[in-house]
Design a protein around this ligand. Structure first.
Ligand SMILES: NC(=O)c1ccc[n+]([C@@H]2O[C@H](COP(=O)([O-])OP(=O)(O)OC[C@H]3O[C@@H](n4cnc5c(N)ncnc54)[C@H](OP(=O)(O)O)[C@@H]3O)[C@@H](O)[C@H]2O)c1
Length: 262
């Protein structure tokens, strides 16, 4: 299948590690230009070096704190100046970790959207005007199972991921007339650094060892193993492509069958 991604310009928010980086690799393999956006400039530079070795002159790194609206405005302006356009935005940045709702104070609760939803919303606001002008765009929001399957231990993730699904649907209906297609994916238990962190948090919260938590979580997955970042990236890359032209406002599970929701 020809995905029609050659020379498309993609911003990967959260592109330095994990799922975002895997998406960058797939998009590069399809001939796109990628812009890796993340906060830590050393990790960002290392990712740019790594991917740039395989795809010279196709990878740009723009270290940006996505909690800072002005910094995002500057980042998108830099991308437009360099490439003349923004075709694809993948929102994969997050710092959400599981926390017990009953141990969360007011301040913590109100600040939670800053961990994932607000950064994604800001990136969308700054990327859409350029896409609108050119009547072509793809926005893919990386949500997560907590957004559809509630549990008191994942309230922070749920708040962000549910809000992201809502925004996906709302903006898809508004932007489709400008040929900007907004979709989401719903991953579950993907083998990234963040997943290791999540396992550690769960172990602390439940008093189990990390190995016990890992075994227990993986045992609930029908496929019997964790997902790989590139398995999420494959779905995202299709959604980013020319060939996804009738896929609008939807959210696809990439969860090894782990979701017990319809
Ligand atoms: N892994 C899973 O099992 C899983 C399951 C469900 C949903 N998800 C979702 O998938 C997405 C990616 O997860 P992942 O596992 O790939 O995470 P990850 O490995 O921790 O990567 C997160 C990325 O977000 C960036 N980031 C975080 N806060 C930022 C900020 N304020 N400004 C700029 N960049 C920021 C990080 O950059 P720095 O290094 O610079 O901080 C990094 O590039 C997340 O939205 C997550 O909620 C993951």
């Amino acid at each position: 299948m020809n995905l029609g991604l050659k020379d498309r310009v993609a911003i990967l928010a959260g592109g330095s590690r994990g799922i975002g980086k895997a998406c960058a690799m797939e998009l590069l393999a399809e001939g796109a230009f990628v812009v890796l956006v993340s906060k830590n400039s050393d990790i960002n530079a290392a990712a740019v070096r790594e991917l740039g070795k395989l795809h010279p002159d196709r990878v740009l790194g723009v270290p940006t704190d996505l909690t800072d609206d002005a910094a995002i405005a500057a980042m998108t302006a830099q991308v437009v100046e360099r490439y003349g356009r923004i075709d694809i935005l993948v929102n994969s940045a997050a710092t959400v970790i599981p926390q017990d709702f009953f141990k969360m104070g007011d301040g913590q609760l109100t600040g939670l959207l800053e961990q994932k939803f607000n950064p994604a919303a800001r990136c969308i606001r700054h990327a859409v005007p350029n896409m609108r002008k050119r009547k072509w765009g793809r926005i893919i929001n990386i949500s997560g199972l907590a957004g559809r399957q509630p549990h008191y231990t994942v309230v922070p993730a749920a708040l962000n991921n549910s809000a992201m699904l809502n925004l996906t649907k709302a903006l898809a209906a508004e932007l489709a007339k400008d040929n900007i297609l907004v979709n989401a994916v719903v991953p579950y238990i993907i083998d990234t650094e963040r997943q290791d962190e999540t396992m550690r948090e769960w172990a602390q919260m439940t008093g189990q060892t990390e190995a016990e938590v890992r075994k227990q979580r993986v045992s609930k997955l029908p496929v019997g193993r964790m997902g790989r970042p590139e398995e999420v990236a494959a779905v995202v890359t299709f959604m980013a492509s020319e060939r996804s032209s009738y896929v609008v406002g939807t959210a696809w599970y990439v969860d090894g069958g782990g979701a017990m929701t319809l």
